[in-house]
Design a protein around this ligand. Structure first.
Ligand code: FAD
Length: 130
């Protein structure tokens, strides 16, 4: 099985203006550079721009805001803070928005959950009730 990965260096507004055809054409040309002439006639191409999907993106999502800056302030405050934890990369205090941030944020929240779990009162059960 092959896997391909690439980036489209156009903003949502630029993609909206030029439409899908030039992007599909540029993608095919890149595949030709990578794999040779046979790639010039793909069986099919499928173009999906999630930014243009009304059920996925709002107008606010069309503005690329970049990665968040590292910030040690808690993301959740008030009554929710003991019960709602955010484990996504964006909440990393070192590399938000990157894989490294995900690898930092997830174990932090796992440790928080473990700490809460350990602090919960335990009910003992005899073997006969298990
Ligand atoms: C195109 C692209 C290129 C990138 N390139 C780089 C790069 O070069 N270097 C880099 O460091 N980072 C890169 N990143 C960013 C990096 O991939 C993310 O920061 C990282 O994967 C975030 O990890 P996460 O665990 O926070 O979230 P995710 O990896 O998004 O994991 C969230 C998981 O939750 C699941 N999920 C969502 N909703 C539910 C639900 N209701 N129930 C159950 N499961 C659910 C999702 O399916 C997903 O598996 C890239 C991201 C993209 C999209």
């Amino acid at each position: 099985m092959a896997a391909l990965f690439g980036f489209v260096g156009l903003t949502a507004a630029q993609r909206r203006t030029i439409g899908p055809e030039p992007i599909i054409q540029a993608s095919v040309e890149q595949l030709v550079r990578l794999f040779g002439d046979k790639a010039r006639t793909p069986v099919a191409t499928l173009y999906k721009d999630w930014a243009a999907d009304a059920l996925t993106a709002t107008e606010d999502d069309l503005i690329a805001a970049g990665h968040p800056l590292p910030d040690a302030r808690p993301w959740v405050s008030g009554d929710w803070s003991p019960v709602l934890m955010l484990a996504g990369s964006e909440t990393s205090v070192t590399n938000p928005g990157y894989l490294e941030g995900a690898a930092e944020a997830a174990p932090r929240v796992a440790a928080d959950i473990e700490r809460i779990w350990q602090g919960l009162p335990r009910r003992s059960a005899s073997a006969s009730t298990l």
